[in-house]
Ligand binder design. Structure first.
Ligand SMILES: Nc1ncnc2c1ncn2[C@@H]1O[C@H](COP(=O)(O)OP(=O)(O)O)[C@@H](O)[C@H]1O
Ligand SMILES: [Mg+2]
Length: 162
């Protein structure tokens, strides 16, 4: 069965605009939610993740998990799993048993998610961050599945008023 899809574009002219998006998504988040991030080095995947973590009540510093692959944090309401799969082969990622995170009680953000597309649950929010020069970013969102398609719909309504 084909999942319902939604689309939205969030233009961030400043870093704060990216933070605003992260905070908005954090307000909607549910256990088992998955945010799949892509975009070149320096696009803002980790910055977005930090803002998201702060918004769900993770205390302390959220660093790039490039070398650790997966970091677990305790949020106020739910655990936060932050992954960076840039250095992993598909086989290595498969062996990590990522489903325990994806289908767990927390919320997962994966940086470079498209590298392990085959291993991702079908329902997810994909964010593609594009560097437009300076602090400007274009964030293209694709929501796959009811929940995430609804988020995109709501973002379009918010975005139109920005
Ligand atoms: N609009 C913006 N959104 C996100 N990050 C921004 C923005 N403007 C400037 N930045 C800066 O760009 C850098 C993004 O780095 P980072 O989040 O580590 O990228 P990535 O994880 O995609 O490699 C940070 O230093 C951040 O402060
Ligand atoms: Mg990063």
């Amino acid at each position: 069965m084909q999942e319902r899809e939604g689309h939205a574009v969030w233009l961030a002219h400043t870093e704060q605009d990216t933070i605003d998006l992260a905070q908005q998504l954090a307000a909607w988040v549910k256990p088992g939610a998955l945010l799949a991030l892509d975009g070149d080095l320096g696009a803002g995947k980790t910055r977005f993740s930090q803002a998201f973590a702060g918004a769900i009540g993770v205390e302390g510093i959220v660093n790039s998990p490039t070398f650790t692959i997966i970091k677990e944090y305790k949020g106020e309401q739910l655990p936060f799993y932050h992954m960076d799969v840039y250095r992993l082969s598909l086989e290595e990622a498969d062996e990590l048993g990522l489903d325990d995170y994806f289908y767990g009680n927390g919320v997962t953000i994966v940086e470079w998610a498209s590298l392990i597309k085959e291993l991702l649950p079908p329902e997810r929010l994909e964010l593609f961050i594009e560097h437009l020069g300076g602090d400007s970013r274009r964030i293209q969102l694709t929501g796959i599945g009811e929940l995430y398609a609804d988020w995109c719909k709501a973002l379009n309504e918010i975005g139109a008023g920005r």
